[in-house]
Design a protein around this ligand. Structure first.
Ligand SMILES: [Fe+2]
Ligand SMILES: [Fe+2]
Length: 198
């Protein structure tokens, strides 16, 4: 009988923190991809807009990225990095991306609301804003994984990682976690509904 090494080897807090941050990114990337795919299909005339589904996607991004993930990064990870003398431009760049991404997201949400109010609108600006927004957020996550996290792993003492790991571990993802929010049901269905088996 084989033994799962992970089941008997408690991970170091640094590993837990990095794993959870990257898992958050993967979950967000999955929704970004789904949004981009749907927007492309609409723009290409391949399907009609599913406003309920898009609303659920935007709600998830608002709930998870802007109310959970970014605040946890700023409050726990970036502040610890700043105190440990990590290069200021690395932290400032990540915080600046949070701020500009939030502004872009607000514009995206406004454009969506305007479109939903007038569903017959021709060439809705929302469809043009989606690729730019997703590109910026994807670049930001790549920057954090390729620059910010390696810098943090180099700079932070081992003791600093326990509260960071707790901050990211303690948040249940409203879509991919154990209790998905009912308001995200259309998105949950899209991402998780498998083929019907008979
Ligand atoms: Fe971030
Ligand atoms: Fe992040």
């Amino acid at each position: 009988m084989s033994t799962n090494v992970n089941s008997i080897s408690p991970a170091f807090p640094v590993e837990v923190a990095v794993r959870h941050i990257c898992a958050h990114h993967r979950n967000l990337a999955r929704v970004f991809r789904a949004l981009e795919t749907h927007a492309e299909a609409i723009a290409g005339g391949k399907c009609s807009p599913d406003f309920i589904l898009i609303a659920a996607m935007l709600r998830y991004i608002a709930m998870f990225s802007y109310r959970v993930h970014h605040p946890a990064e700023e409050k726990f990870l970036f502040s610890a990095m700043r105190q440990s003398g990590a290069p200021g431009h690395v932290i400032d760049s990540a915080i600046g991306a949070h701020s500009s991404g939030a502004k872009q997201f607000a514009a995206l949400q406004d454009a969506f609301n305007a479109w939903w109010d007038k569903p017959d609108m021709r060439n809705p600006p929302f469809l043009e804003l989606v690729p730019d927004y997703i590109s910026v957020e994807s670049d930001h996550m790549s920057y954090e994984e390729s620059v910010v996290l390696p810098c943090a792993v180099d700079m932070l003492p081992a003791n600093d990682w326990a509260p960071i790991a707790d901050a990211f571990r303690s948040h249940d993802d409203p879509l991919f976690g154990i209790k998905p929010g009912p308001e995200l049901a259309p998105l949950h269905h899209l991402l998780f509904a498998g083929p019907v088996s008979h």
